[in-house]
Design a protein around this ligand. Structure first.
Ligand code: PRX
Length: 570
């Protein structure tokens, strides 16, 4: 398909001349936006909330929260006080201290954000967990991080295998009717003081721990530090184009990195009004959220846009979406058809952004002041050096496909893989290149084009799933002898998870068994990690050392050549 080129829509954008800004950019200059530049006292929660109160913007709405049963708003001053109260509750009931890992495992609610900011005010490292995680997923993450505190709800607490987690000391419940052996957050919150002495930190102190998947091994704990705020702030300014009177809505859950970097930090560092909508996806619910809060800047994902597209354009006519001025996407390739559709129904081009859990913030993006080549991820953020390199770290010329790589040294880069430093080091090639695991090429104008993952990581509905985690769960089922898991292309979800399974002796390959195995993964790991398709095989393709060859499974599935089979057993 011929690339469509869309010229810049006229507007007063925060970043006007990309090329000029890129060439004279200096991170040190951006640091001056923060109070710690002068005081040396760093705390993300302070910069997100309290600073705006001190600067006379306390009455401005910081948060609009909405779900099926609640519709509330909080000013920056209220957010400051509520997060102070949460900090006092956590400190008094659990004695949590700087550097402790505190996990938050609950559906979205205003309290989730009070707890998150409160924990940051104490200097704890926050581990947010997506509410769909089941026992194994929860256990792996708490165990690896040696978390001592988890904040959760009555409906989720049963998924925490307390007896198997010796480091876990405190369970805080944000709910009514809290059992005696747990800490009752709401009760303590009522009486807590709304003043709190913030723990001042160093720029390199821990901030947040997001677990994410690779193609091998257990999920990895990606550690980010306070200094990441420099990049959260400037990308919020340049890419989200946030201004004083914007009403901003990011649809991601804080269990994923988009829901923290761009659901909490970037909007509040920029002093914007942040909309948070709880509950599940529904086209009607989403359009009415835009209409009700007059959302101006909207950040979502290709799968969601494709689902909205599937719901039909007639529906849109029932809503007034004219407040929208800037729409962005992340997480998977953004199809040119979706950009076209977005223009037809919202009157706006959807702007693609590329980054990863590990990079902590935007890396390669489409700025509102830059023409869009539809299908391209755009150009690097000022301060970010991106290139296409070969497997030895040599830069490749334009239009050659290779590893999408980033030069070490951007502020929001992860600082470690928790409890696995060798894994962290394995991301780098000589020359200081961080290797993303994506393949791409760069055209002669410096636009980057995504081609695929180099490894077996699956992106399903924008969520990153490691085949190993799913395979490990599958083989726990008594009928499963061996399992190999791949991503299969899907028009809505990008990819779906497909599992190939060899059964143990004595089991019949029936449809009932397929369903039973699917439910087993769904209830044991997470709904989004359960295979949508299962195929039974007598035998799976393996290397002589016994590793299942997912690439061969994928080739079979897609009717592609299987490539070099010399390492395959018989
Ligand atoms: O393969 C790329 C894909 O998502 C991966 C990162 O996943 P995760 O760490 O879960 O972070 C997702 C949101 C920050 C990348 O290696 N990806 C992300 N954005 C895009 C993308 N693929 C194509 N186009 C994008 N814009």
């Amino acid at each position: 398909m011929k690339t469509e080129i869309y010229e810049v829509e006229p507007g007063e954008y925060n970043l006007q001349n990309y090329d000029e800004r890129y060439s004279n950019f200096d991170w040190k200059e951006v640091e001056q936006a923060f109070s710690w530049h002068d005081t040396g006292q760093v705390n993300m929660a302070y910069e997100c909330i309290d600073r705006h109160v001190e600067n006379g913007r306390g009455d401005k709405v910081a948060l609009y929260y909405k779900d099926a049963s609640r519709n509330e708003s909080y000013t920056f001053e209220e957010m400051m006080k509520k997060s102070n109260k949460a900090a006092n509750v956590l400190k008094q009931t659990t004695n949590v201290a700087k550097g402790d890992r505190l996990f938050i495992f609950m559906p979205r609610s205003p309290e989730l954000y009070f707890v998150l900011l409160g924990a940051l005010k104490i200097g704890a490292i926050v581990g947010p967990l997506f509410e769909a995680f089941m026992e194994k997923a929860v256990k792996d993450r708490l165990e690896n991080s040696e978390a001592s505190i988890i904040v959760t709800t009555n409906s989720l607490v049963g998924r925490i295998p307390v007896d198997e987690l010796p480091n876990l000391k405190h369970i805080v419940i944000v709910d009514d009717h809290v059992a005696e052996n747990h800490i009752d957050f709401n009760k303590a919150f009522e009486g807590a003081s709304d003043e709190f002495d913030i723990e001042w930190l160093d720029k390199e102190d821990g901030l947040i721990l997001h677990y994410t998947s690779g193609s091998t091994g257990q999920p990895k704990g990606v550690l980010h530090v306070q200094y990441a705020m420099v990049q959260h702030y400037i990308s919020g300014h340049y890419v989200l184009d946030l201004k004083e009177d914007d009403i901003y809505w990011c649809t991601a859950d804080p269990g994923w990195v988009t829901g923290t970097s761009y659901g909490v930090f970037a909007p509040w560092l920029n002093g914007a009004t942040n909309v948070i909508a709880g509950g599940r996806f529904s086209p009607e619910g989403w359009y009415s959220t835009i209409e009700e809060f007059k959302v101006t800047v909207w950040y979502s994902a290709p799968t969601a846009f494709r689902m909205l597209m599937g719901a039909g354009d007639e529906l849109i006519k029932n809503y007034n979406l004219s407040s929208l001025r800037h729409v962005l996407s992340v997480g998977e390739p953004l199809n040119p058809e979706v950009i076209k559709w977005g223009y037809k129904v919202f009157g706006k081009r959807i702007h693609d952004t590329w980054w990863m859990t590990e990079t902590g913030a935007h890396m390669i993006v489409n700025y509102p002041s830059m023409m869009i080549k539809s299908g391209s991820m755009g150009k690097p953020l000022p301060g970010v050096v991106a290139a296409i390199v070969d497997n030895e770290g040599n830069e490749l010329p334009p239009n050659r496909m290779g590893n999408l790589a980033l030069k070490e040294g951007w502020p929001s880069m992860m600082r470690d893989i928790w409890n696995n430093h060798p894994k962290y080091e394995s991301y780098f090639l000589p020359g200081g290149w961080y290797i993303s695991g994506d393949s791409a090429y760069m055209d002669e104008d410096g636009y980057f084009w995504f081609q695929g993952r180099v490894d077996d990581v699956i992106m399903t509905a924008g969520e990153r799933v490691g085949p190993f985690e799913v395979e490990s769960k599958l083989v726990e089922h008594p009928a499963v002898a061996e399992a190999g898991v791949i991503g299969k292309p899907d028009p809505i979800r990008g990819e779906i998870i497909k599992a190939f399974i060899a059964l143990r002796e004595g089991y019949e390959p029936t449809d009932e068994l397929k369903e039973e195995i699917r439910v087993f993964v769904k209830n044991g790991l997470a709904a989004h990690a359960a295979p949508r398709e299962i195929e039974f095989k007598d035998k799976l393709p393996k290397t002589r050392s016994g590793k299942i060859m997912r690439r061969v499974l994928k080739a079979w599935e897609l009717d592609l050549p299987t490539g070099d089979l010399s390492s395959m057993e018989d």
